[in-house]
Design a protein. Structure first.
Length: 100
């Protein structure tokens, strides 16, 4: 019985860390869509942009094509539309050259 008590006392921090992480994640999932959450995320984004501009901390910089990874379905549709448009413009340019 003493071994069981010592084992649970020594690992209590693990359980509290897991439970605290779950509660924190649930709060952030709720908070991100509120007005206060959007305001806080906007302020954080502005602060990180300031650090990038003022001090050159480039690891805070977001890549220009980050939206492509976040929205793969939109990316696929845009790429399809651009390819279709390029094909149509190629056909029109070809017809213009023949008629000229």
């Amino acid at each position: 019985m003493d071994i069981f008590t010592r084992l649970t006392d020594d690992t209590l921090w693990i359980y509290t860390a897991i439970i605290g992480s779950l509660i924190g994640a649930a709060f952030l999932a709720y908070f991100k869509d509120t007005k206060a959450g959007l305001w806080c995320y906007g302020k954080l984004d502005n602060f990180l942009d300031y650090l990038v501009d003022r001090w050159g901390l480039t690891w805070f910089e977001q890549p220009a094509d980050a939206w492509r990874k976040k929205y793969p379905h939109v990316t696929k549709k845009i790429d399809e539309l651009e390819a279709r448009l390029a094909k149509l413009e190629g056909i029109k340019d070809g017809r213009r050259n023949k008629n000229s």
